[in-house]
Design a protein around this ligand. Structure first.
Ligand SMILES: [Zn+2]
Length: 373
């Protein structure tokens, strides 16, 4: 606040066009713009990091913390003001709107939008929309209290796990069936195992951190690594093994989109780099408090990766349909059912959110007990 006050005082005492007699008016204009920006941010009177609960602090972010225990309307309105969460909200809310429009458009363009072949693609669409919407809600209300922040980001982590499965299902059915040549697990068995594993991993991740007294160090980072692993292990199998074996009836599908696949992988790797290294705010602490910090970059890059994956799957689905039309293979080769796609995924979403609900209740009880002591 002192810094902003000094900047505003300097701005008020300055006379436009006179500060730099040698005439670098461009620098002068930039400085004035920067001071105006600082004055605008300061006018919202948000808090500094030493004024908020430890759980609500973000590493290397000094200012722009919203007030705790404010009203529902306050947090809703806050997304239109400059605080350290507003860009996080918009970088996932706008892509969410776009994906809803994209899926709606896809359904409109189909002769039979509810054809069984489309189910794996819809699973991806639902997974993307769910993770973007839950993240938007989490970042809107996370500043309410320490318990609220933990519950919101617990839901966010759970959504990332579910998103991993929403990628795995279409990749399994359209592109790279892990189970196909493994002689043993069927696609249904394999996906059932992955869904149960994902649910247990969500449970372990959330409860590893439910008490601030004994969190397991680094355990939550594993969530993100697992999410990416779930998404990309089948893709790696597809591109580096099945491509050469040519044993699956749909082996030729997806070759044309390897660049899309590589670009989305690159986006996720860069996103993970910014996220884990806390860059650029680690190097320029205080300069990226409101816009441009690592979480903003992580959101933008992950949304871009989701878009590329969705484009890839839409193109692959077109290839599948064309292949069936041309008689290269039949619909039965893909062995798609409602239960193994939309049914399983909706069940996973519901059970994962039940785990999040239990986690939030346990957190509240833990706090009540701590207050009584
Ligand atoms: Zn986020």
């Amino acid at each position: 606040m002192i810094k902003y006050a000094a900047a505003i005082e300097l701005l008020a005492s300055s006379k436009p066009g006179c500060e730099n007699q040698n005439g670098d008016k461009r620098v002068n204009a930039l400085q004035r713009l920067k001071l105006s920006y600082n004055r605008w941010v300061a006018s919202y009177n948000y808090k500094c990091c030493d004024e908020v609960d430890d759980v609500l602090k973000r590493p290397f972010i000094n200012t722009g913390y919203r007030h705790e225990r404010a009203s529902f309307i306050y947090y809703l309105k806050s997304i239109l003001t400059p605080n350290n969460e507003s860009v996080n909200v918009w970088t996932h809310f706008l892509p969410f709107l776009y994906f809803v429009y994209r899926i709606y458009n896809f359904m409109r363009s189909e002769d039979d939008p509810f054809a069984v072949l489309n189910y794996p693609y819809y699973v991806h669409g639902i997974g993307v929309c769910a993770v973007l919407l839950i993240s938007t809600i989490a970042h809107t209300f996370c500043s309410c209290s320490a318990i609220c922040s933990k519950s919101c980001f617990g839901a966010d982590y759970a959504a990332i796990y579910c998103y991993g499965i929403s990628c795995l299902i279409p990749f399994e059915f359209y592109l790279c069936p892990m189970s196909h040549n493994c002689q043993g697990p069927t696609a249904v068995n394999y996906l059932t195992f992955m869904c149960i594993f994902s649910l247990l991993a969500t449970f372990a991740t959330l409860f590893s951190d439910y008490s601030s007294r004994s969190p397991i160090p680094g355990f939550r980072t594993v969530t993100y690594v697992f999410g990416i692993g779930t998404v990309y292990t089948p893709c790696v199998v597809r591109y580096f093994i099945y491509s050469f074996e040519h044993t699956h009836p749909s082996y030729f599908i997806g070759h044309d989109y390897s660049l899309t696949f590589l670009l989305s992988t690159l986006c996720l790797i860069i996103a993970a780099f910014f996220y884990t290294q806390r860059l650029p705010e680690r190097w320029y602490t205080g300069k990226f408090d409101i816009i441009g910090h690592s979480h903003n970059l992580f959101h933008m890059l992950s949304a871009l990766a989701m878009y590329m994956q969705n484009v890839l799957l839409a193109n692959v689905l077109e290839d599948v349909k064309q292949g069936i039309k041309d008689g290269y293979f039949s619909e039965e080769h893909f062995n798609i059912s409602w239960q193994a796609t939309l049914g399983a995924y909706i069940l996973l979403l519901v059970s994962t959110n039940l785990v999040v609900g239990v986690y939030a209740i346990v957190l509240r009880k833990d706090r009540s007990k701590a207050k009584c002591k």
